[in-house]
Design a protein around this ligand. Structure first.
Ligand code: G6P
Length: 440
């Protein structure tokens, strides 16, 4: 059969119209034959709404992409070429808890960083591993492209605890940084190149180039002040201190604010959670609005309101990646892959987010050598956290989870780590069966 079969797990997500738009735009070079949107019963209503919009979108565009909606994951996976995962175990209610509980202890409450990130990983990794087992059976040659957060920790777990070699973790932060840099420099983004290296949500631009000229120092001059101009919709842009950013000398990602500006970010989170709720509570409202729009039978394009979400443009990254694998384009894209020595101070078998040459056989990471000394330690510490967290997610071992929580740089002490851990374990009990095995 000619054409490509794509399966999107978590297909009822409000982000799906982006993905559909991406496939429509690239149809000539990326002939998608079938797109299967898969969800769980709790997501069925959303799946039907978003699926109907997807069907209207392909019809309007006049491309022969067949859209299938199903709750039967195994049926969808049969013979797939690419599987994308965008799931949220426990839905947004779980994210509200991830963001709120740490705040009670004076600790950053964030979807992918600190205690929140740990718990999102603990809930998500076993489900993704299940998907990998199904893929090994039903579509062994397919690529797994994971957007599910925490994407770095999830990729780490797949690489180290499953048989799946064909896995790539993907994020919109690098593409967001590139767009931000282009707008700060006032140029088209096609003229910008960034040497990305680090981890997911912990990536740095080691060098920034405009038409091939290294403009890192020039760019850095422009990032100080009240706003840097480079952020994601979900992260407050505080700007960078002029002397600090100059001393750092490389481009941090928006998530670095949680590490370098912890106190201000915490104060802001506390204020927001009183005023308008945590980010997840804001997102819930945005989602409601989006799904109201999606229901409109006259809507047959991706509505611009989707750009209010932090993950905007993720499909740009996803479709570019699938396109380059399918067509063996051998262009350079930043993705999460097995390190294989690309970053010297990170274990070879760990996931890193780094520029890769994208080929039909998969991404080939470009060797970085080592990261600059001032950031090397933080990156290593987060990698240790991710490794221990992945082990905890797989084994359900309380002590590993405690270790992960305590070594996270956003958690100030072992006593606080333990309190947060215990409260969050209890709060997320329904989605953490590995920690609550019946005693035999
Ligand atoms: C950023 C991250 C994504 C994350 C999103 C959250 O863009 O890169 O990984 O999913 O923010 O956005 P939200 O609108 O859900 O807060």
């Amino acid at each position: 059969m000619s054409g490509i079969k794509i399966v999107t797990i978590g297909g009822g997500s409000s982000y799906t119209p982006e993905l559909v738009e991406g496939f429509i735009k690239r149809y000539d070079e990326l002939p998608v034959r079938e797109l299967w949107l898969v969800d769980v019963p709790a997501g069925e209503k959303k799946l039907q709404i978003v699926g109907a919009l997807a069907k209207r979108m392909v019809e309007k565009a006049g491309v022969p992409i067949q859209i299938n909606l199903t709750l039967d994951r195994r049926k969808a996976l049969e013979g797939a070429d690419f599987v994308t995962t965008q799931i949220r175990v426990g839905l947004l209610d779980a994210r509200v808890k991830d963001e709120k509980i740490p705040l009670k202890y004076g600790v950053i409450g964030q979807e992918t960083n600190g205690p929140g990130g740990l718990f999102k990983g603990l809930r998500t990794i076993p489900v993704i591993m299940d998907i990998c087992r199904d893929m090994d059976e039903l579509c062994p040659d397919a690529w797994l492209i994971n957007f599910t957060n925490p994407a770095g920790m999830v990729t780490e777990a797949v690489l180290r605890y499953t048989n799946r070699k064909k896995v790539i973790g993907l994020c919109n932060v690098p593409i967001g940084m590139k767009m931000g840099v282009a707008s700060v420099l006032g140029v088209d983004q096609s003229r910008v190149h960034i040497d990305f290296a680090g981890l997911n949500h912990m990536v740095f631009g080691l060098g920034v180039f405009l038409d091939g000229e290294n403009v890192t120092a020039k760019l850095i001059e422009k990032l100080s002040g009240d706003q840097s101009g480079i952020t994601m919709k979900n992260i407050l842009d505080l700007g960078w201190d002029k002397d600090f950013i100059k001393a750092l000398g490389i481009l941090p990602c928006p998530y670095h604010r949680y590490y370098y500006q912890t106190r201000t970010m915490l104060e802001h989170e506390l204020e927001e959670s009183q005023k308008s709720g945590t980010r997840a509570e804001v997102v819930k409202k945005v989602e409601e609005e989006l799904f109201e729009l999606y229901k409109d039978p006259d809507l047959s394009i991706k509505p611009p309101q989707l750009e209010k979400r932090g993950g905007a443009y993720y499909s740009e990254a996803a479709c570019n990646l699938i396109h380059s694998i399918y067509n063996d384009k051998r262009d350079i894209q930043p993705v999460n892959v097995r390190n294989n020595g690309a970053i010297a101070s990170i274990p070879d078998d760990s996931a890193v987010e780094v520029n890769c040459v994208i080929t039909k056989e998969g991404p080939i990471p470009l060797a970085v050598g080592d990261l600059p000394v001032p950031v090397r330690g933080l990156v290593q510490q987060i990698k240790s956290f991710e490794r221990v967290a992945a082990e905890a997610a797989v084994t359900g071992d309380y002590h590993q989870a405690l270790l992960a929580m305590t070594i996270n740089p956003l958690v100030p002490s072992d006593a606080i780590a333990k309190q947060i851990l215990d409260e969050m374990l209890e709060a997320h009990k329904d989605y953490l069966p590995q920690f609550f095995k019946p005693v035999s």
